[in-house]
Design a protein around this ligand. Structure first.
Ligand SMILES: *[C@@H]1O[C@H](CO)[C@@H](O)[C@H](O)[C@H]1NC(C)=O
Ligand SMILES: *[C@@H]1O[C@H](CO)[C@@H](O)[C@H](O)[C@H]1NC(C)=O
Ligand SMILES: *[C@@H]1O[C@H](CO)[C@@H](O)[C@H](O)[C@H]1NC(C)=O
Length: 462
């Protein structure tokens, strides 16, 4: 969760221990073959959590009160609930000085006023069909001294309490991810494991696995989803900035984000993005869908009115399908452009949300996305992302992050999109309806400021 310790974005270094990749190759635990979906407490509640927070979340996520016919968020795929920071009791005495969240024997000290019976809470989730996640190596207690018994105590309790998943943060001293993996494997139960080491991949002993493996390589991915960035927040451009940190894991031919090993730009802020219109909240969701990011809701599920306002976004089955389906690639940045200059003086015109104009090749043809180009939010560009879908179809997401100005008119050739066709039919995934055909092998779309288009292109029969 915390990004406070990270001043800049680090790029992945190379040092990887040979032995570990043989023990835990990608997909070793068979978890998260599709991007995991659920809810976790941090964005809405921070440290202010107790067992009631999670009972309420389990109740809310399983309540069949949305749409027609009535479904729950769990029916839509959000079957996980995760405890984040805040369960710890920091009163263990650290021989190295400072507080810690373990006892002498290495067992985690739980704040029993907030969480009187963790096993019962997990069982409550299970009774409603919800998979329950825990959280380890957190930030609250400032645990500074690594002790091997702490790893063993953590994993023993993880198993005893019956958890199905765990987020392992990078704040504490338990940074040997290989050891965690080894201990979890020895319980004979699998856990969907999140590596929350903020995308730090180099050889910094303090922040991550000394084996150099808190970010994946081709032969190594001990954890099922890995953070690519510091914490997201509810600022209007935070999600867009975090989205950019996935780019380095989405190589066109050898992506490091893949089944059981997903690049994760953090929990969703959908429903919480400050000052955001429906369209900008939706743009956030579409971005996570097109890069196969785990879809972990972060809003307060008990604020029914606010939740209702974004349910049409987060339960959109066609958007979710793009996220969950695998056709060989997790999705990638295809092209980016400067947004059109804002018109002088006059108030922003009421632009159409978006419109297609099929066919014509355009001077705006996308330049390939530069590998090193991670645009800052201030210089945010109009971006085109694409993810292959089954049967030769391709999902295309176009986002216009400009705060004002004219609609961005974007034309992208099929070759850049990875679409082998001379023309295609277009489905608007936001509207969930057909939206005509392209005339040639170019998609042209207009996207208003702070809006997105999310389309499925199906090759037309030759
Ligand atoms: C925290 O742990 C200490 C030491 O075991 C214990 O005395 C105290 O009651 C615990 N407090 C809470 C809130 O769990
Ligand atoms: C991390 O744990 C693994 C597995 O137990 C072990 O082989 C390795 O030596 C540990 N690394 C460090 C730096 O302690
Ligand atoms: C895990 O399975 C192995 C092989 O079946 C067995 O020897 C071991 O005792 C099991 N461990 C646990 C914790 O159940």
């Amino acid at each position: 969760m915390r990004s406070l310790l990270i001043a800049a974005t680090f790029l992945c270094g190379g040092a990887i221990a040979q032995g570990t990749s043989k023990l835990y190759p990608p997909g070793w635990n068979k978890e998260a073959t599709k991007p995991p979906m659920g809810w976790r407490s941090w964005n809405a509640f921070g440290n202010r959590i107790d067992e009631k927070t999670f009972e309420a979340a389990v109740d809310a996520i399983t309540a069949r009160v949305w749409n027609e016919p009535k479904v729950s968020l769990a029916d839509a795929g959000y079957v996980r609930v995760g405890i984040d920071e805040g369960w710890e009791n920091c009163s263990g005495t650290d021989p190295a000085g400072g507080m810690r969240q373990h006892d002498e024997a290495g067992f985690p000290l739980i704040n029993v006023e907030r969480f009187p019976d963790m096993k019962r809470l997990v069982a409550y989730g299970h009774s409603k069909g919800v998979k329950m996640g825990w959280y380890l190596n957190g930030c609250a207690c400032g645990e500074a001294k690594e002790r091997l018994p702490n790893y063993r105590g953590d994993v023993q309790r993880l198993a005893e309490f019956g958890f199905d998943a765990v987020k392992i943060d990078g704040c504490g001293a338990a940074t040997n991810m290989t050891y965690y993996a080894q201990l979890m494997a020895a319980t004979n139960k699998t856990y969907e494991i999140e590596n929350c080491h903020w995308g730090v991949c180099g050889a910094d002993r303090k922040f991550h696995n000394p084996d150099g493996a808190s970010c994946p390589t081709e032969g190594w991915c001990p954890f099922n989803h890995f953070r690519t960035s510091g914490d997201i927040n509810a600022g209007p451009m935070s999600w867009f900035a975090n989205l950019q940190t996935t780019v380095r894991f989405l190589d066109a031919s050898a992506p490091l984000s893949r089944p059981s090993c997903w690049a994760y730009p953090d929990m969703l802020e959908v429903g919480r993005v400050q000052g955001a219109s429906f369209a900008w909240q939706r743009a956030h969701f579409g971005a996570w869908c097109v890069v196969s990011a785990p879809l972990v809701l972060g809003l307060d599920l008990t604020d029914t009115a606010n939740l209702a306002s974004v349910v049409p976004i987060v339960t959109n089955p066609e958007a979710i399908a793009v996220n969950q389906q695998w056709a060989g690639h997790p999705g990638r940045l295809v092209a980016q452009f400067d947004p059109p200059a804002a018109p002088p003086a006059a108030p922003a015109p009421a632009v159409r949300r978006r419109a297609f104009s099929a066919g014509e090749a355009s001077a705006g043809e996308g330049r390939p996305a530069g590998e090193a180009a991670l645009p800052s939010a201030a210089k945010a560009k109009v971006q085109v992302w694409a993810k292959p879908q089954p049967k030769g179809t391709v999902a295309v997401y176009v986002v216009n992050p400009a705060a004002s100005g004219n609609a961005a008119r974007v034309s992208v050739g099929f070759e850049a999109l990875g679409l082998a066709a001379t023309s295609a039919s277009v489905r608007d995934l936001w509207a969930r309806q057909e939206a005509g055909h392209t005339k040639g092998a170019t998609l042209t779309v207009e996207v208003a400021p702070l809006d997105s288009a999310f389309l499925l292109l199906t090759p037309a029969a030759a």
